[in-house]
Ligand binder design. Structure first.
Ligand code: SF4
Ligand code: SF4
Length: 71
């Protein structure tokens, strides 16, 4: 499916305390938690809404501007 994503969250593991709040906040089911509790973003599902970043209490989710285009 053709889709362009202008922004997506990027996890700063040095700040992240693995609380999982971003995982809960994601309306797209685009996040998973790895075995250490750090979030992983599914770039296919992610719609770039940044609800996860707003939910993060320690500012560990920044914005990575990345264009993803599929023909
Ligand atoms: S930007 Fe939105 S869709 Fe993407 S992982 Fe965060 S909450 Fe989910
Ligand atoms: S909300 Fe922030 S601190 Fe909590 S798991 Fe997500 S990125 Fe890490």
């Amino acid at each position: 499916m053709a889709r362009k994503l202008a922004q997506r969250p990027e996890v700063d593991r040095a700040r992240c305390d693995a609380c999982g709040l971003c995982f809960v906040a994601c309306p797209e089911g685009a996040m998973a938690l790895d075995h250490d509790g750090f979030p992983l973003v599914d770039d296919v599902r992610c719609g770039g809404c940044l609800a996860c970043a707003r939910a993060c209490p320690v500012g560990a989710l920044g914005v990575a501007h990345a264009a993803r285009c599929a023909a």
